[in-house]
Design a protein around this ligand. Structure first.
Ligand code: PMT
Length: 422
């Protein structure tokens, strides 16, 4: 996504400019061609050498250098750029950008370029909330600039308030959102499930599984980077919410079912990579179960007891039945108008007879694609960074993919989905 993209990073004179060094490094490592432009005051906080070391390219600072080449540079830089990111966007630079003032290299490039503008304001809270700054932000937003909201936290003054520059993961996510706007999933709404469900036994214990959410979060992030509007329905996991993704948290299979049915109403695609528990404890104890306690349990001679499990709904199964019903209604003369067809993709987590079991699930759940993973391998399935998958198509053809990072598996799945949608 960032490979060979031309990213202009404009640095203003704010204390948070040191955080831009990490962003430039991450952009460069992701394969972007990063040109840094610094305002005069930015150089008082961070030396240009820090940026050129990270970007492996020259840093542009002086609009008035004696060679006179800067006049060509400020036009050429802007012409080639895919995006211009300004951070920390100070109140002073925001005011100049809002009013078309071009008195240094950064503001001159900003005026000359047609590349989308991403602004990450960071300053003292009194300056950020000042009506002049808010009015300038409104002008820039109206003109199409993408504003990354500053965070609330401890500021350089020691006070707590709004005005902190978010960390580089958030900045990187916002840049990807803007670069992905014209991607091959632009205009599509997709729903992804991730992580495992937790089925309570009592207020502190649950029946669960080993899903880390990595596969689902990779799918959601990749879809976002390709321009989709993404809803991520997530079980409890230790991963940060991807920037720009609508994350809806659930714990149990019943909650996941309700969240999925609500989210797919207006969706084009559903990818169920979450590990939904097929069973839940039939009775949930209202208080923590005590060792040796006999409350509402048949305790055997050794003090053990049986946990009775109830069936959870099969979410993909219910959606398949619902789609079959609506297809039948559509076939009746005068029946309902066809609604937007939902592309349904399931995963199969198997430890044996992977291919046979996967074929069975593809047919039973009437899926467009089924991604089978052999979760008995250490480099595949639950918790791992990589996955080994087989992609089954509705016509039962099968693709055998090599082991690859979950980000690569996600890209391969969305490639197939784009093909299905077209
Ligand atoms: O989260 P990670 O650590 O990255 O691990 C990724 C993964 C191994 C969890 C993922 O790649 C995966 O295989 N997810 C599906 C796990 C699963 O529940 O498989 P299943 O074979 O039991 O279910 C088949 C399909 O039906 C799945 O798409 C599942 O979401 C869905 N299902 C299952 C049960 C249920 N009650 N309702 C469902 O809709």
């Amino acid at each position: 996504m960032l490979l060979n993209r031309r990213v202009l990073v404009g640095i203003c004179g704010g204390i948070a400019s040191y955080k831009a060094v990490e962003l430039v490094s991450r952009l460069q490592q992701a394969g972007a061609l990063v040109d840094v432009i610094m305002s005069e005051r930015a150089e008082e906080f961070v030396r240009p050498l820090a940026f050129s070391t990270m970007s492996h390219r020259p840093v542009y600072t002086d609009l008035w250098e004696p060679s006179g080449r800067a006049a060509e540079t400020h036009i050429a830089l802007g012409e080639d750029a895919d995006v211009l990111v300004v951070l920390p966007a100070t109140a002073n630079t925001l005011a100049k950008l809002a009013h078309g003032i071009a008195d240094n290299m950064l503001t001159a490039v900003a005026l000359a370029t047609k590349a989308p503008l991403v602004l990450a304001p960071a300053m003292h809270h009194t300056m950020y909330t000042h009506p002049a700054t808010q009015a300038n932000l409104a002008i820039l937003r109206e003109r199409g600039a993408f504003i990354i909201e500053p965070e609330v936290g401890q500021l350089a003054s020691g006070e707590v308030g709004i005005g902190r520059l978010p960390d580089s993961s958030v900045l990187l996510g916002a840049i990807q959102v803007v670069l992905g706007r014209n991607g091959d999933l632009a205009g599509r709404r997709v729903v992804v499930t991730a992580g495992g469900t937790q089925e309570p036994i009592d207020p502190v214990r649950f029946v669960g599984n080993r899903s880390s959410g990595k596969m689902g979060y990779a799918l959601a992030t990749e879809a976002r980077d390709r321009g989709a509007d993404v809803i991520l329905i997530s079980g409890p996991v230790a991963l940060d919410a991807p920037y720009g993704v609508d994350v809806r948290r659930v714990e149990t299979a019943l909650q996941m079912r309700d969240a999925v049915f609500d989210a797919v109403e207006e969706a084009d695609v559903l990818v169920m990579s979450g590990a939904v528990a097929d069973y839940r404890p039939a009775e949930v104890a209202p208080q923590k179960l005590k060792k040796g306690g006999k409350e509402a349990r048949e305790v055997d001679a050794e003090g053990g007891f049986a946990l009775r499990l109830a069936r959870n709904p099969d979410i993909l199964g219910e959606l398949a039945a619902a789609s079959q019903q609506s297809e039948a209604v559509e076939r009746i003369p005068g029946g309902n108008r066809p609604r937007r067809r939902l592309v349904r993709i399931g995963f199969a987590a198997e430890t044996s007879d992977v291919l046979t079991n996967a074929r069975g699930k593809l047919a039973a759940k009437r899926l467009d694609l089924l991604i089978a993973n052999d979760v008995s391998r250490s480099d595949s399935g639950f918790g791992s960074e990589t996955n080994k998958v087989y992609i089954f198509h509705a016509d039962e053809t099968m693709e055998d993919l090599p082991v690859m990072p979950k980000t690569g598996v996600a890209a391969a799945i969305w490639d197939r989905v784009v093909h299905l949608l077209s």
